[in-house]
Design a protein around this ligand. Structure first.
Ligand code: F6P
Length: 342
């Protein structure tokens, strides 16, 4: 059998571990060949590929990023390019394609699957917002990085009796903010799922200082927004993928808090550092298991599916189910966090 593999969307720690797992499982267990397509769907559209054998994936387990390169491709280009992509797959004699990616990549995978291409998807994203799987790899690493950095902010905030706001990634889902906030003992966690009340944030900050606390740490997901009409909030622009850029919510909130509380406020935007570097052991294991089970499914003809973590087991879920909606933070999970942070 010949398997095609690509990594699409924003990169995340663990992508190389999955590629290695697919190549080793295909080669060692099935004697199959693997072709890697470069830069996500672009590689299929532009017919750019590289053969992947066991030697090519040597040492990839611990390496961040993706050796295949990644890119975002606008949905309309994908729709228009289905025939070209099918041609590329035919030319390379690909029997099953294994696309590794987040919402956009898996939606495109579903599209190709509906167009008759045998596909087994693998979910990845630091945002952990893919439905149908309990976790995506990359998330644990991002949370670990954010937690370590927030731990460090505590000591400098304490020394200066400041309010430190820290912005983490998460446009639509606040999972990183929720987990890193809880793990690092933040005093305030703001997520996209629940517009925040600026008056309430001001009250919380004043209350903490009034009772003698030394500092305030607030974790803000990049997609968090105030209640409508508050703070004269200015939204950032939207890029060609419909993603909002440079919302600056954390800076805007910082300015508002400084003005209304009289305290010194500083904002730190963690940004892409959350996606860089070596994956945690948890993400290496999850990525390796996803790669293994996706390759087995491909050889058993169980296509049109995505591998998923359910409890401790890896299962298959229909791609249609996985892309139907985003998995956002539930009210119950928010309530748990609110028991410890504002
Ligand atoms: O989807 C993963 C993610 O890291 C988001 O958390 C973030 O909003 C976005 O990608 C950033 O995208 P880019 O790398 O294109 O700036």
């Amino acid at each position: 059998m010949r398997i095609g593999v690509l990594t699409g969307g924003g990169d995340c720690p663990g992508l190389n571990a999955v590629i290695r797992s697919v190549v080793r499982t295909a080669g060692a267990h099935y004697g199959s060949e693997v072709v890697g397509f470069r830069d996500g769907w672009r590689g299929l559209l532009e017919n750019r590929s590289t053969p992947l054998d066991v030697a090519a994936v040597d040492g990839l387990l611990t390496r961040g990023g993706t050796t295949l390169g990644s890119a975002r491709v606008a949905p309309e280009k994908l729709h228009a390019g289905i025939d070209e992509m099918k041609c590329t797959l035919d030319e390379h004699g690909i029997d099953v394609l294994i696309p590794i990616g987040g919402e956009g990549t898996l939606t495109a995978a579903h599209l190709l699957s509906e167009a008759g291409v045998p596909v087994v998807g693998i979910p990845k994203t630091i945002d952990n917002d893919i439905d149908g799987t309990d976790l995506t790899f990359g998330f644990d690493t991002a949370v670990s990085i954010a937690t370590e950095l927030i731990d460090r902010l505590h000591t400098t905030a304490e020394s200066h009796q400041r309010v430190l706001l820290v912005e983490v990634m998460g446009r639509h889902a606040g999972w990183i903010a929720l987990h890193a906030g809880l793990a690092a003992g933040a005093h305030l966690t703001l997520v996209p799922e629940e517009p925040f009340d600026v008056d309430e944030v001001v009250r919380l900050v004043c209350e903490r200082f009034a009772r003698g606390d030394s500092h305030v740490i607030g974790v803000v997901a990049e997609g968090a927004e105030p209640l409508p009409g508050q703070m004269a909030f200015r939204r950032g622009g939207v890029d060609e993928f419909g993603h909002r850029r440079f919302t600056g919510v954390t800076q805007q909130l910082g300015e508002e808090l400084e003005r209304r509380t009289g305290k010194e406020v500083r904002a730190t935007v963690l940004g892409h550092v959350q996606r860089g570097g070596t994956p945690t052991s948890f993400d290496r294991v999850l990525a390796t298991r996803f790669g293994l089970h996706a390759t087995i499914a491909a050889h058993e003809g169980r296509t049109g599916q995505m591998v998923a973590l359910r409890g401790t087991e890896i299962e298959l879920v229909p791609l249609a189910h996985a892309v139907a909606r985003l998995k956002t933070v539930t009210a119950e999970r928010l309530a748990e966090t609110r028991a410890f942070t504002g």
